[in-house]
Design a protein around this ligand. Structure first.
Ligand code: SF4
Ligand code: SF4
Length: 437
């Protein structure tokens, strides 16, 4: 097993992996699902179906002709009841297709294993599969796998770090679908002609490390690295440094340093898709938090409402005061239990009153802990100050746009400054352009 490198900064977070031994339960088909036309970074899709249409399992129901986009499919058969819209927590209104399911689960005739004879066929097939980064980022995978001319990729890195507290969906993937992970890696190596692969898993998941080490012995090109449990070990730039020693410069992408990073669930899906031709319509998610009865891992159809997923996993034991899509460090607060689950969601956390108390901010004591914790070598304390003055010039000068919003700075701040919120506001000011002073 290779040795990893330490990235600078980061924080020790509690693990709370309460659902790690919870085998994935398959949720039955809901009566209604609502599939948004956007599950990724990039352009939203346009619905390809209309009210009254009968849809079949695996049918493409939305697509876009923009470069950074990914089509959307239905995992259920039934009738389109409504073309509606979903309000995302960031204020964006996204079109959605509401389907009343008939539970017959008739498979669409287009669902068949893709015929792949070249690298181009492979990238095209991945686009048609609707795959986006399943680790939470949601970047269209076909774009990630397709380096622009002149860029050479020599490393494929597989992200099994899953460094946020509570979430265990990737961990369960490595236990329940380990052969699919290796098979997906072999497929990518073949079509992209990459011959160096490293799987990175945090050392708080020894079973994962053992299982993957065992099956990786089938190839002398695949290495496993057991990484120190330190947040945000699974962030792309930190993982690349830990596994290869390469540094992705500010404003650059992994491709710029010859690396492609994919999540374990994404490579596992690729193996399944190449075998069956069934596009991405289901997702394993962790359900946890102090307000739920049973920490679980469940497989749901994309578009299932949050409240139904929680109900299936055992329901609430307390009134939830905060619902997060994703982990407690980077997850997005939901204001509505009727929001549908997206492709890139890996967890729904429902916190009780005690867990949801937002501590009061007090004045900064200039302790510098936020600076020491920042894995991107940034100065969060100054983002907090300059965003209050709306000083766009200083925010830009201090490189606010390189912040990965990992939350390490807020986590360590003894004054409970809402640093990530200040940073998000600061970034919005920079994007809007021009100093407001
Ligand atoms: S400034 Fe950004 S990257 Fe640095 S610790 Fe804070 S949230 Fe993370
Ligand atoms: S950690 Fe909090 S109190 Fe300390 S310098 Fe940063 S913002 Fe100020």
């Amino acid at each position: 097993m290779k040795q990893y490198k330490y990235f600078k900064g980061g924080v020790k977070v509690p693990h709370y992996k309460n659902s790690e031994n919870a085998e994935t339960k398959i949720m039955p088909i809901p009566d209604i699902i609502e599939i948004p036309m956007l599950h990724h970074i990039g352009a939203p899709c346009v619905p390809l179906v209309k009210v009254g249409d009968y849809v079949m399992v695996g049918q493409k129901i939305g697509d876009s002709d923009k470069f950074i986009s990914s089509p959307v499919h239905t995992g259920v058969s039934g009738t389109v009841k409504k073309i509606s819209s979903v309000l995302f927590p960031n204020g964006m209104n996204v079109q959605s297709v509401v389907i009343e399911t008939d539970k017959k689960q008739e498979i669409h005739p287009d669902v068949k294993p893709p015929v792949i004879e070249s690298r181009e066929d492979f990238i095209k097939a991945i686009r048609e599969s609707g795959l986006v980064g399943l680790g939470g980022a949601g970047f269209p995978t076909n774009v990630k796998l397709n380096p622009p001319p002149g860029k050479t990729v020599d490393y494929l890195l597989i992200n099994g770090a899953e460094c946020e507290p509570y979430i265990t969906s990737d961990y369960r993937e490595t236990i329940e679908n380990s052969w699919n992970i290796i098979s997906g890696i072999n497929i990518i190596m073949e079509y992209l002609e990459i011959d160096k692969v490293i799987i990175g898993v945090e050392d708080n998941k020894p079973v994962s490390v053992d299982v993957l080490t065992d099956i990786a012995k089938t190839s002398d090109k695949i290495d496993i690295m057991s990484l120190k449990s330190k947040y945000p070990q699974g962030a792309e730039k930190m993982l690349i440094y830990a596994l290869t020693g390469r540094i992705v410069p500010a404003g650059k992408l992994p491709l710029d340093v010859g690396v492609i990073v994919l999540n374990v669930a994404s490579v596992s899906f690729i193996a399944e898709y190449i075998k069956t031709g069934m596009p991405l319509t289901k997702k394993r998610i962790t359900i946890d938090g102090g307000a739920v009865n049973t920490p679980s891992n469940i497989e749901v159809f994309v578009g299932t409402y949050i409240k139904e997923a929680i109900q299936f996993s055992g329901g609430f034991k307390e009134v939830p005061k905060k619902i997060l899509m994703g982990g407690p460090m980077m997850g997005v607060s939901q204001f509505n239990l009727d929001s549908p689950i997206l492709k890139q969601n890996n967890a729904i956390l429902a916190f009780n009153e005690k867990q949801s108390i937002l501590p009061e901010q007090t004045p900064c004591i200039k302790c510098g802990r936020c600076v020491r914790a920042c894995p991107m070598n940034l100065m969060p304390v100054y983002f907090d100050i300059y965003h209050q003055y709306k000083d766009v010039e200083q925010l830009e000068k201090l490189d606010i746009m390189s912040c990965i919003e990992c939350g390490s700075c807020s986590f360590v701040c003894p004054a409970n400054r809402y640093l990530v919120q200040s940073i998000r506001n600061g970034k919005a000011l920079v994007k809007a352009g021009g100093s407001k002073k």
